[in-house]
Design a protein around this ligand. Structure first.
Ligand SMILES: Nc1ncnc2c1ncn2[C@@H]1O[C@H](COP(=O)(O)OP(=O)(O)OP(=O)(O)O)[C@@H](O)[C@H]1O
Length: 376
């Protein structure tokens, strides 16, 4: 664990970049530092690997003050990734990634073998190994930056706005990749961003800093969204807080209805028996949804697929959230969302009303837990 204990950083010109900051950064999780420009995020990160020394307070790594070990030893235990990757322009991709192992005295062959393994891990095609950084896209360069930071297998990764310079689609890919790598490798990651959506997506815990380097709130993302500490955090979280919070509620408890799901080859009797629902979801012979129809517009044995209403975007109850389920219902012309299994086969349907009830239940469970925690 990294413990930041009442740390203040005053730069020589008198600027107080960080003001009595205390944080406990858990192992094997992603802790995000987020806040407006100039709130002291980078300064805090750089104090962890001693690129910046605190004016007051101390930082402990596994109980030991980081000043008690040689700075090079400390930095070797902490990979560092920055915006625009900061690659060595005159070295190939493979040699960029092999830099730290080489510094540690590994022979060339072993270091390059490790670099090749890491290229695969971060999703880089091995054909890029011999290229130079300028021959890569921005997103690929960022992946090289992550691979290089992981090369010596440090327990800690410090990441300073690593994905800020790439477009939103590439950025999403890099974020997903980081979550996957984290799941596989279990690093302790401290991640700086000014983007609250990125913080909420990546953070196990999120520290919101305000200008002057003071901590506004330190909590898991779902808690930030449900209970912002004050109006600064609330404003920083931005619009749609309620909807975004639904991402943290699983859809697996939704009561699905199977009666309105009819196979395309259903006979007249079966259609009639299901006609109590305002709409029926017609499925193909493979069980996948084809579209919605009003029961009286369905003719047994002769379904006109052109006449079916679009079924919108289905959700997977096992892995998706109430947000995805609600989105599916809102997008559907019938107001009902379609639930599918991993193969895309319809397993049931659910109305906006039922999703609304599930949202209310989820909210009250959170409120009960908060009450229990507060001893009310
Ligand atoms: N070397 C320095 N000397 C004087 N002031 C500095 C120095 N480095 C940073 N600062 C100031 O300290 C404050 C915090 O800077 P820092 O870079 O840590 O913020 P940040 O939250 O990372 O900002 P951004 O999101 O814009 O990168 C700012 O007011 C900045 O101008």
């Amino acid at each position: 664990m990294i413990r930041i204990e009442s740390v203040t950083k005053r730069y020589p010109d008198g600027t107080v970049a960080v003001d009595r900051l205390s944080l406990e950064i858990p192992d094997r999780a992603i802790t995000v530092l987020v806040g407006p420009s100039g709130c002291g995020k980078t300064t805090t990160l750089r104090m962890i690997n001693r690129m910046v020394e605190p004016s007051e307070g101390s930082i402990l790594l596994d109980g030991q003050d980081i000043r008690q070990q040689p700075v090079n030893t400390l930095r070797r235990s902490m990979g560092y990734v920055i915006q625009n990757a900061g690659l060595f322009q005159h070295r190939t991709i493979l040699d960029n990634i092999a830099t730290v192992p080489r510094l540690l005295g590994w022979n060339k062959q072993k270091a390059r073998a490790r670099a090749a393994e890491l290229m695969e891990r971060v999703g880089l095609d091995s054909a890029l190994a011999k290229r130079y950084p300028y021959q890569l896209s921005g997103g690929q360069q960022q992946r090289v930056g992550v691979a290089r930071a992981l090369a010596a297998d440090p327990p800690v990764l410090l990441m300073d706005e690593p994905f800020s310079a790439v477009d939103p689609v590439v950025r999403k890919g890099l974020q997903d990749e980081l979550l996957r790598i984290q799941e596989e490798l279990g690093k302790t990651i401290v991640f700086v961003t000014h983007d609250i959506d990125e913080a909420i997506k990546l953070g196990t815990k999120v520290a919101v800093l305000r200008t002057g380097g003071r901590l506004a709130q330190f909590a898991p993302p779902a808690e930030l969204l449900s209970a912002p500490a004050d109006s600064f955090v609330e404003d920083f979280l931005g619009a749609d807080r309620g909807i975004r919070r639904l991402s943290f509620f699983p859809a697996d408890g939704l009561a699905l209805e199977t009666a309105p799901v009819v196979p395309v080859d259903a006979d007249a009797g079966e259609i009639a028996s299901r006609a109590t629902a305002p709409y029926l979801l017609v499925t193909g012979s493979d069980g996948r949804p084809l579209g919605w129809s009003e029961p009286d517009k369905l003719t047994a044995g002769a379904v006109d697929r052109e006449q079916l209403l679009d079924y919108g975007r289905p959700f997977l109850p096992a892995t998706d959230s109430l947000r995805t389920a609600l989105d599916g219902a809102v997008l559907s012309p019938t107001g009902w969302a379609v639930a599918v299994d991993g193969e895309g086969r319809a397993v049931g349907v659910v109305s906006q009303q039922v999703i609304g009830e599930a949202i209310r239940d989820a909210h009250s469970r959170v409120a009960e837990r908060a009450d229990a925690k507060a001893g009310r």
